[in-house]
Design a protein around this ligand. Structure first.
Ligand code: ATP
Ligand code: MG
Length: 646
């Protein structure tokens, strides 16, 4: 591979990051500006110019799919052998290797779900043990471990942060301590332990650190805005005294602060490494100007610490369709309408793999799975371990395990083993059979992927790989429409994106209510969602959960400003309709507006403000300090009550 090819298709700023010499590099940029492309090219550039061997690079991505995509992109650039993994997968691998030396004895087992042990620990201290309480405790344990807070430190840590806790802090700490004790006694490690033990192995065993640092010399981290203190500790352990680290991120896509992540490592990177090459990108190469405009509008009204790092995206692609909005009576109706549109898009030539349905919580997936099955569209659910629970996948794994060492070449052997499970040469006709067939095919593709990385891999090695993936809940890619939570969609892109369930209580999620920072994180989640679309963006919501149920739901506050005035959905949702012109209503609370039409100045009867709501609609809201910083020529200072109402 020659350098000019690697440099083609990069703008000047991207090129600066790609060709910077080995050492600290930081790319701070918005969605779709080519951050991932830039780091992939940088790795390829460093390798192809002989600055580093592929095996000495460790690239960390946020999802297994992103890691797979990076490896594919690198191979397309003529580079293979680079380790691209998630933090957890990298740690899992290292720990399996180092464990006998640093701990000895039996290998541990990976603990998948922690609720059972959390339940036992909660019962011992007479804390709540209903499903919601256990989930809350588990969430607190995860947050604590990700932010390096021990059970003993927990009460002081939450008091300092004024963090809301599910019950008295001492009680949560006791559940946390009990959970740790039970888990350790069972010789199990949870996901966070993988990282903790990896860091500790390197911090405490000079030999381990030396061996590792001799092997890996160049580190690259994608989505660095969402790194946790625990992950940062692992990264620091990997680095040691060295500084060959490239990070890229977008503070506006920070969506894991609830789990302990913090954009501060990204924002402080230039200070930590004053000699770093720092690049800012603004041109959006992913989406049409229509999608970019929606994203800019949404993030333009962000508040809070990351808003200061706001960069407006500048669309580079030719225009496409305007985003569309649809209001439905109930959730099944919304899902049916989305499925029908998807089926039509596929008939009209859009590949199923170019379509995604994104939602806030995994529970929303089911109604879409049903609706898609009904119209016969194959799909995959991302970010869930459910793939490995599918009956055909369990049967496939059993067959692979039972096969033993056959070594026909692995991929052929896997095909043969899966034939009795239902892997016919051609896709079957029925919708359900088709979906099962796609799962089996995904397993074959996994075997292909393994052989590309490890040409000598045999069936037992493949069986082990499947186990590891099932343990780590890293399903392979199934060809079909993607159903994913907004969290799982980070970094990915599709031609067509359906953002569904946009109602108050779901997005923003109910428990964010009353917590300004949590609401801002919900806004950033929607920003991530909007910016996944290359061309077409469809947003929808339903007024009731069940058919015939009370139509009590309100569309999401974040749609305010995104829906154009003339759109029918906006009139429906604003309480207009009927004969003649719709009655003007406040965009904030839905009350009638008072004021003279001729003046085009109207005021809301109910909002606790004396602000002209129509005018407000056309204004951008700035915080006073931001307005000064950005040199906005004129600004009005709103009262707190007004801002709350907005
Ligand atoms: P996100 O913040 O969502 O992770 P990103 O900044 O990582 O986005 P990429 O995924 O790298 O963005 O790029 C977005 C899209 O734009 C990709 O399809 C990529 O191939 C394309 N792209 C990036 N840079 C360029 C460029 N200079 N010319 C043309 N296309 C580009
Ligand atoms: Mg990216």
């Amino acid at each position: 591979m020659t350098a000019p090819t690697l440099e083609a298709g990069l703008d000047d700023e991207q090129l600066a990051a790609v060709t910077a010499p080995r050492g600290p590099v930081c790319v701070l940029a918005g969605a779709g500006t080519g951050k991932t492309r830039t780091i992939t090219r940088r790795i390829a550039h460093l390798v192809s110019t002989g600055h580093i061997a592929p095996g000495q690079v460790l690239a960390v991505t946020f999802t297994a799919r992103a890691a797979g995509e990076m490896r594919t992109r690198l191979r397309a650039l003529g580079v293979s052998g680079v380790q691209a993994r998630t933090f957890h997968a990298a740690a899992l691998r290292q720990l399996r290797y180092f464990w006998p030396r640093v701990v000895g004895g039996q290998q541990w087992q990976l603990l998948e779900g922690k609720l059972r042990l959390v339940g036992q620990a909660a019962a011992r201290v007479k804390a709540g043990t209903d499903a919601a309480a256990l989930r809350d405790f588990a969430g607190e344990i995860e947050w604590s471990k990700a932010t390096l807070v021990t059970p003993d430190e927990y009460p002081a840590a939450v008091a300092k942060l004024r963090r809301e806790t599910p019950g008295p802090a001492e009680q949560v700490a006791a559940v946390y301590a009990g959970y740790e004790a039970l888990k350790n006694r069972a010789e199990m490690l949870d996901f966070d332990d993988l990282l903790l033990h990896t860091a500790a192995a390197m911090e405490e065993h000079a030999g381990v650190a030396e061996e590792f640092r001799d092997r890996y010399r160049c580190f690259v981290v994608d989505e660095y805005q969402d790194v946790t203190p625990l992950q940062q500790r692992v990264l620091d352990a990997w680095l040691g005294e060295r500084d060959d680290l490239t990070v890229v991120g977008d503070a506006n896509q920070t969506i894991y602060t609830f789990a302990g992540a913090s954009p501060r490592y990204l924002l402080e990177f230039p200070r930590r490494f004053p000699e770093a090459v720092v690049v800012r990108l603004q041109r959006d190469y992913r989406s049409t100007p229509q999608v970019v405009a929606a994203a800019n509008t949404l993030i333009g009204s962000a508040r809070g610490p990351v808003a200061g790092s706001r960069l407006r995206l500048i669309g580079q692609l030719p225009p496409g369709p305007e985003p569309d909005f649809a209001e439905h009576d109930d959730e099944p109706a919304e899902a049916a309408a989305v499925a029908k549109r998807i089926a039509r898009l596929i008939t009209d030539g859009t590949p199923a793999s170019e379509i995604a349905v994104l939602f806030r919580i995994n529970a929303q997936s089911e109604v879409y799975e049903q609706a898609l099955t009904e119209v016969g569209v194959p799909y995959q659910v991302r970010g869930g371990e459910r793939f490995f629970n599918r009956p055909e996948v369990r049967r496939a794994m059993m067959a692979v395990r039972a096969a033993g060492a056959l070594d026909a070449p692995l991929v052929d052997a896997v095909r043969a083993v899966l034939a009795p499970v239902g892997l016919t040469p051609d896709p079957p006709a029925g919708a359900q059979q088709r979906a099962q067939w796609e799962s089996l095919l995904a397993i074959v593709e996994l075997a292909e992927e393994l052989v590309a990385l490890e040409p000598d891999a045999d069936m037992p090695r493949f069986a082990a790989e499947l186990e590891t993936r099932a343990d780590a809940a890293h399903p392979p890619t199934v060809q079909g429409v993607t159903l994913a939570s907004l969290h799982a969609a980070k970094g990915l892109e599709w031609d067509v994106v359906f953002l569904v369930g946009l109602v108050e209580g779901t997005l923003p999620i109910q428990h964010a209510e009353g917590d300004d920072e949590a609401i801002e994180e919900e806004r950033r989640l929607l920003y991530v969602g909007l910016t996944r679309a290359r061309r077409r963006l469809a947003l929808s919501w339903a007024l009731s959960r069940q058919p015939g149920g009370p139509r009590r739901r309100r569309r999401s506050r974040f749609l305010y400003g995104l829906i154009p005035d003339e759109h029918p959905a906006s009139r429906v949702a604003n309480g207009g309709g009927g004969r003649g012109a719709p009655k003007p209503r406040c965009r904030v609370c839905g009350s009638p507006l008072i004021g003279a039409d001729s003046l085009k100045l109207r005021r809301c009867a109910d909002c606790p403000s004396d602000v002209d709501v129509e005018l407000l609609d056309r204004l951008r809201v700035w915080r006073a300090d931001e307005a000064k910083e950005q040199q906005v020529p004129a600004y009005v200072i709103f009262t707190d009550a007004t801002l709350t109402a907005i």
